[in-house]
Design a binder for this molecule. Structure first.
Ligand code: PLP
Length: 432
């Protein structure tokens, strides 16, 4: 194996023997509660029997088929997704994952508008293929940056580390919108095909935008004929306690919405783009110049149909919303009150971040931005302490995210928060 994002000789991947629900275990008998949902994709946990059965059934009847044909699983998956996406996002283009969804969404936007540039935010992740990594606003872009990509980055709102020196959400929203408006003016509105944003930025820190921000971006896009792409690869399919994160922001409907991960809990690779009527119309009589051999793969689509039905039948989205509000939010705020290393708690549904700091007053991160080796030791110590307590934590830079499966049971969730409590002692030890 050649592993992603790693120096090959410096890693020792855990050998996993099995997984079920919110847990997985190794060959040594260690069992872990998965507070990461894999890479935030097992929204209904591992090995849901109904989804496993649907994949088996599909494999027995039609394992694969080329993308140009109409198939039951493919059409049904598209119907179930389109029924849930907001507004008139009623055409579904299938990909194998999130990055390909972003590639195709930006291609659609460029062809629809005839304009070259795409604006995206710092503190974002959009995938690791060419366009997607260039759109990304974190250090994973740096080694793959191609100056010709036509991407311009801007600052999105993030009050805790405000790029605008704001003191409250209203200021942050106004100033972030003014900054975006200025960026558009100076780049030239007629050169901008799309603005892409994670509705709620995920890996970059789970920062729900302040009220009014997305509506303001929608208005700027409308004013200048710019396509609004919302990337819901991580935030979609129940993660935030609604089917899509954009459902929290009344009246906001993007022109394109990218998805992957939770659409079938990651059981078989699947992603896609939900497309508005106007953009679909652009390609009604003119061929869309893009495609993938495995677009709408029957196994992946059968898994999506089963997952979406399970989520509806078992009330998974409502469950995530309730546990987020009643258990995770209050539980994490209680941890913040006792642990000096916790600078901020933020999130919604099953999508939460703890910002770990050396100093609450200055908000100095527990480890420097993009730290490696010795400089990252405090976060490594926190991670090791969590694992020693049977909790597999999500860690990115100076943050830990609480992103378990959306159908985690309340007792498991509480056990995870208790393990987190103990692990945070290791972070407290590094507070200045
Ligand atoms: N967009 C967002 C918001 C993501 O979080 C990710 C992956 O984490 C991607 C795109 C890329 O998805 P994939 O890894 O399936 O290509």
């Amino acid at each position: 194996m050649f592993h992603s994002w790693s120096a090959q000789e410096l890693i020792a991947p855990l050998a996993v023997a099995g997984a079920e629900g919110s847990y997985f275990w190794d060959y040594e008998g260690n069992r872990y509660l998965d507070f990461t949902s894999g890479l935030v994709f097992t929204n209904i946990g591992y090995q849901h029997p109904k989804v496993v059965a649907a994949i088996q059934e599909q494999a027995a009847t039609m394992t694969t088929f080329a993308p140009a044909f109409a198939l039951e699983a493919r059409s049904e998956a598209a119907r179930l997704i389109a029924e849930r996406t907001p507004g008139d996002l009623d055409k579904i283009f299938f990909t194998n994952g999130g990055a390909e969804a972003v590639e195709n969404a930006t291609r659609m936007a460029r062809l629809h508008t005839g304009r070259p540039k795409v604006l995206s935010a710092y503190r974002s992740y959009h995938g690791a293929t060419s366009a997607a990594i260039n759109l990304t606003g974190d250090p994973r872009r740096w080694p793959s940056d191609t100056a010709s990509a036509g991407v311009v980055h801007f600052w999105a709102p993030f009050l805790y580390r405000s790029p605008f020196y704001s003191e409250n959400e209203t200021q942050e929203c106004e100033r972030a919108l003014q900054h975006l408006e200025d960026t558009i003016a100076f780049e030239g509105p007629g050169t901008i095909a799309a603005i892409i944003l994670e509705t709620v930025p995920g890996t970059a820190g789970i920062m729900p935008p302040p009220p009014g921000y997305l509506a303001g971006v929608r208005e700027l896009c409308d004013r200048h004929g710019i396509v609004l792409v919302l990337d819901e690869v991580m935030a979609g399919f129940g993660r935030t306690g609604k089917w899509f994160a954009v459902d929290h922001y009344e009246g906001v409907v993007p022109d394109l919405l990218t998805f992957a991960k939770g659409v079938n809990s990651g059981y078989v690779p699947l992603g896609g783009v939900a497309i508005s009527g106007a953009i679909a119309e652009t390609f009604a009589r003119r061929p869309y110049p893009g495609g993938l051999t495995y677009s709408g793969h029957p196994l992946a689509c059968a898994a999506a149909v089963a997952t979406l039905n399970v989520m509806a039948d078992e009330g998974v989205v409502e469950h995530a919303a309730r546990l987020g509000e009643e258990v995770v939010g209050p539980g994490l705020r209680e941890l913040a009150a006792r642990h000096p290393s916790v600078g901020e708690v933020r999130g919604l549904g099953m999508f939460w971040a703890l910002e770990l700091v050396r100093d609450r007053e200055t908000r100095e991160p527990l480890v420097p931005y993009n730290a490696t080796g010795e400089a990252n030791a405090p976060m490594a110590a926190f991670g090791a302490a969590a694992k020693a307590n049977g909790l597999w934590p999500f860690i990115n830079m100076n943050r830990t995210h609480v992103v378990p499966p959306c159908n985690i049971t309340e007792p498991d969730l509480k056990a995870g928060l208790a393990a987190l409590d103990t692990a945070l002692d290791a972070a407290d030890a590094h507070v200045a």
